[in-house]
Design a protein around this ligand. Structure first.
Ligand SMILES: [Fe+2]
Ligand SMILES: [Fe+2]
Length: 301
């Protein structure tokens, strides 16, 4: 396997849009514990986002602030600054769901403490001397973020199209949080990959960090779903299994296993570029009708 890009990625220029952070807020008083009615497994599998994203997206912002001085392209710098603004807001919005879960009897602290350790210590700044080692660790983390963003865009696209959640009467405020976030993930889906390509772009690093990111995401996600199911005060002997996941995928309340598996070779294709996936027009259309995004717009005008 060569360490260099033999064929360059193929961006779709028309999919690029200027990025802006929307200062959204949500009221959780009326959102029930099982916000997908009668379906605690789907509810809690999606709730894992509230456990992972506050620390995860804070970490993105932290790493990208260190990467900014490496950028030699004004347009990319503007995109990265827009990305930082959006991710900081996402982190905050998901964090604000946690007190509501606590009030409903589901205290996520034991799990979020582990996630905080994962992002802040394991993936944090190490005491490396300035020079090659410090740069290597920064490039590894920039590549990891590009791989994770392949999945945030995948999930964003999925939730924008998950009509089954509406059919089952999912809580509108939670759906708006997920779709506002998902739409912004689709809007900025190319930024992390473009930054990685700009500062390094090595295929070997891309493949290696994909394997790390995918393994970590699967591990953290199934642990988080199990944590919620086991600690849900309304469930007796709550469990989360892969069989439940597959069943929810078939019903359309979670992504299908097949869609997740087929996303792997796309990221590992040498001509992959995130702009080939999802639809910026769909994301923009959702943001033009999102109650939270519209309220944020009214607040600034
Ligand atoms: Fe995000
Ligand atoms: Fe993102």
């Amino acid at each position: 396997m060569s360490n260099k890009q033999l064929r360059p990625p193929r961006p779709v220029e028309s999919e690029r849009i200027p990025l802006k952070a929307r200062n959204v807020s949500f009221s959780w008083e009326d959102t029930p514990l099982h916000w997908v009615p009668g379906d605690p497994f789907t509810t809690h599998t999606i709730n894992v986002l509230h456990l992972l994203l506050p620390a995860g997206e804070r970490w993105f912002v932290h790493v990208y602030k260190q990467a900014l001085p490496l950028i030699r392209d004004d347009r990319l710098r503007e995109d990265v600054i827009g990305f930082i603004g959006q991710e900081a807001m996402h982190s905050r919005a998901h964090d604000e769901v946690l007190p509501h879960l606590r009030a409903l009897g589901l205290d996520p602290t034991p799990y979020t403490a582990q996630v905080d350790w994962f992002f802040e210590k394991l993936l944090g700044d190490r005491t490396l001397p300035p020079g090659r080692a410090r740069r290597w660790w920064l490039l590894e983390r920039v590549a990891l973020i590009a791989a994770i963003e392949h999945y945030t865009a995948f999930l964003g696209d999925w939730v924008l199209n998950a009509a089954e959640l509406d059919r089952r009467g999912a809580d509108p405020t939670m759906l708006d949080l997920l779709r506002w976030h998902g739409a912004e993930e689709v809007e900025h889906r190319s930024v992390a990959f473009d930054l990685f390509t700009h500062v390094d772009g090595s295929y070997r690093r891309r493949a290696r960090t994909w394997a790390t990111a995918f393994t970590a995401l699967v591990f953290l996600w199934q642990r988080g779903a199990r944590f919620f199911m086991e600690n849900d005060p309304t469930l007796v002997d709550g469990k989360a299994s892969f069989r439940d996941f597959r069943r929810s995928g078939r019903r359309g309340t979670l992504p299908t296993t097949g869609a997740m598996v087929s996303s792997i070779p796309r990221y590992l294709s040498r001509t992959y570029h995130p702009s080939q996936e999802c639809s910026s027009a769909q994301a923009v259309a959702y943001l033009a009708s999102s109650p939270a995004a519209l309220a944020a717009e009214r607040a600034v005008s």
